[in-house]
Design a binder for this molecule. Sequence first.
Ligand SMILES: [Zn+2]
Ligand SMILES: [Zn+2]
Length: 120
Amino acid sequence: MSKGERCRECQQWIAASDLKCSCGFIPARVNECVQADHNCCYQLQGQRCKLPGSISHSTHVNGTWYCSGHYRSLGNPKEGEEWFHYVEQHFDEIMDQLTDWRRKLHQDNQSIIIRRKTNE
Ligand SMILES: [Zn+2]
Ligand SMILES: [Zn+2]
């Protein structure tokens, strides 16, 4: 069991329960955690949208993330609400599409890398 780790910046000990060092350095394990919670931050009556956030207002790691549907409906509460209910009912379908799209993107990236390598 890990008790913590040393800060890579200032060499201070960071307890496993601490999310960051007093110098501001964020350990890699916490980055993973933050990434995992890049979910859409849209909320309707205390319930959060289930989709992963894909668009952020800011480029900051802890910025506010929205799924593409809710990002588009910002400033339009009715549309946001409709999308929220749609997500509730079609969550699996939407996630399937998202994964397909990511897989395709990944394959495209791979082939670009391979092409670059063969060109050299
Ligand atoms: Zn530190
Ligand atoms: Zn959303």
